[in-house]
Design a protein around this ligand. Sequence first.
Ligand SMILES: [Zn+2]
Length: 400
Amino acid sequence: MGAERRKPVWRRVAWGGACAAALAALVLSSACSSFGQWSRSPQEQAQVQASPQWHDGQFNNPQPMWSDMKRALWRAFDSEPGQSPAGPVPVLRSQGEALAVAPASGLRVTWFGHSSTLLEIDGQRVLLDPIWSERPSPVSWAGPKRWFAPPIPLDKLPAIDAVLVSHDHYDHLDRATVMALQARGARFIVPLGIGGHLRGWGVPNERIVELDWWQSTAVGTLQVTATPARHASGRINPQADHTLWSGFALVGPQHRVWYSGDTGLFDEMNDIGARLGPFDLTLIESGQYDADWPDWHLGPEQAVLAHQRVRGQLMMPVHWGLFALAHHGWTEPVERVLAAAACQHVSVLTPQPGQSVEPQQRASASRWWPAQPWHTAAERPVIATKRGDAAQRVELPRCS
Ligand SMILES: [Zn+2]
């Protein structure tokens, strides 16, 4: 469905030169604090180095990641038809009125696009990877731009009990949003090493909890556990891997929710389900995938498989619907999740951006996005390697 548009070599070279110049200008003109924390105290470094995930001077995945970087770089400036919306995205805008009353079922989710989500669970309000900025970028004037303004102004959100950040890539750890939430007295729960960024931006140490994989902390009656993920970290260098990445399991007296963070597929997802599941609701990254780097993100079919591995009951695809960060149509993630989920008999929740939904009421399985062409799993498969060897791939369940 649709051929990729290829740019001639001279345009790629020109683009490369322009990007190098833009990067140099960016480094010269921008405040370093936007980029993140460059140094740690000896105590912080000792805490990070004590992690089983830390060796050879960085954090590591137990399962190495494979990518065809040469091909990915060559394709970097290709554009895909329908990669961004042609018209306005139908967003439910409000001043947060629906959030003034507690959810009757004890579990309610409000999605703001990409992974940015408010979760109300068993009396606690938790924000996941909140981004209210215009772009997931170190500077305000360059980088992919969001397709719609935040559905609810940040200052109209009710009091938040904890802000959870899965890793330090710009589309998940947004400095301006952190600063605004910090001014409101927010408490942050983050994987190891990310506290360095937050402290560098003025968040008091006593409002930061840093977790290694499988470590937990309490938010009221809610137990928050950092769960393993297969990904990377870093701000200017997205593969620097000096801070940890994770998902989060939220286990309350009545409900359980799992958020994948950013991750490729890995076998130990079964352990997450066995130790902390089953989950009433899973929020699983399903967009921004590519066959040239299939271990970095799940892609739609593997997102459904991840949901099954962690023993989820209802799946909500996230990491789509706000930014174009990969070469696929903007509606393709949700279309492919629905196709794979139908095949595997998995129930999917697809709330409109800004809509508050109680999963038990299932009010919103609506198709609020436009119908446009997309590539199927058979046309554009995204399949993880088992252990970083391109010849050894995961086997996906077939549709019977
Ligand atoms: Zn990421």
